[in-house]
Ligand binder design. Sequence first.
Ligand SMILES: Nc1ncnc2c1ncn2[C@@H]1O[C@H](COP(=O)(O)OP(=O)(O)OP(=O)(O)O)[C@@H](O)[C@H]1O
Ligand SMILES: [Mg+2]
Length: 342
Amino acid sequence: MPSLTNVSSPPRGSSDSLAEPLVRVEELTVRFPAGRAGFWGQEKLYLHAVEGVSFEIGRGETLGLVGESGCGKTTTGRAILRRVPLDGGRITFDGEDITHVEGESLRRLRRGMQLVFQDPYASLNPRLRVLEIVAEPLLVHGVVGRVRHAEDRVAELLELVGLPPEHMFRYPHAFSGGQRQRINIARALSLEPDFIVADEPVSALDVSIRAQVVNLMQDIQERLGLTYLFIGHDLSVVRHISHRIAVMYAGKIVEIGDRDEIYEDPKHPYTKALLSAVPIPDPKLEATRKRITIAGAFPDLLRPPSGCRFHTRCPIAIERCAHEEPPLEEKARAHHAACWLT
Ligand SMILES: Nc1ncnc2c1ncn2[C@@H]1O[C@H](COP(=O)(O)OP(=O)(O)OP(=O)(O)O)[C@@H](O)[C@H]1O
Ligand SMILES: [Mg+2]
């Protein structure tokens, strides 16, 4: 079985991938209306899900996005795909400002950007055969007129994801979780996208098959030159597949940099705490290292903390952190963090 412990650097699609990013996000902000407060209901409440997030993803590159539940990872991914309304910021895709693209242009744009979801059980319609499931985007976008005209293409896609082409005539219930996720990936690839947001694509799978699906994604990336935003909880999986990592806390990027930099020399106290919880395969090392627990509760995003959003739980916070927000600044080469103290 392929292993996730080998973390040699995955190759990038092109050597100058950072020269002209495929995806650029600037000051992305998403706030969800969340009712009213106050005696007369005079205060409109907003849930500050994503606040001033900026990053770039080079062609052929994988940016891993990590952070605890509710920090805004999914919302960030959906915002880039223009699936949630923005409250601010700018999104550039392949050199084009897509922040306000609508109608037919948005439809065309969506062909080039696809989403792979976490739950391979919920995302496949049990009443459709694999053929109809994988061919659906082709029909919706008018690439083929009838399902049976898509059979060759679906066979090709199934082969690409390591499934026998004749499986196209089966229904989802006949497949395991890992196989279902392969079907999801085949569907996402049907329109030959350049960019895929993979939202915890292996989190719902058995640990033993996560490696297979992640390795498949990596293999397909190399073959097709794809660019990924890979959202994950499992930090060893994210480390395996990502070239760079962004760490999110309460709607903000607190640290971003090259994969090995982040794992070997984390700068932000939140990243340090997250990484200290990842098990190390070596039992001797595992027994001696210090685990940093994050005290307190995740903040209420209706009223996010002032200053640094992490200050209410930070083990090293000082007075300044409660009042002034630290900028995301370069702490080492290609490695940025938002902290006054590191
Ligand atoms: N459509 C929505 N309407 C209102 N609030 C939302 C909506 N979608 C997300 N939220 C809220 O925005 C915040 C960020 O959610 P998001 O799903 O982006 O987090 P996440 O980092 O993906 O979490 P998880 O790891 O659990 O998937 C959460 O507080 C969530 O409840
Ligand atoms: Mg999510």
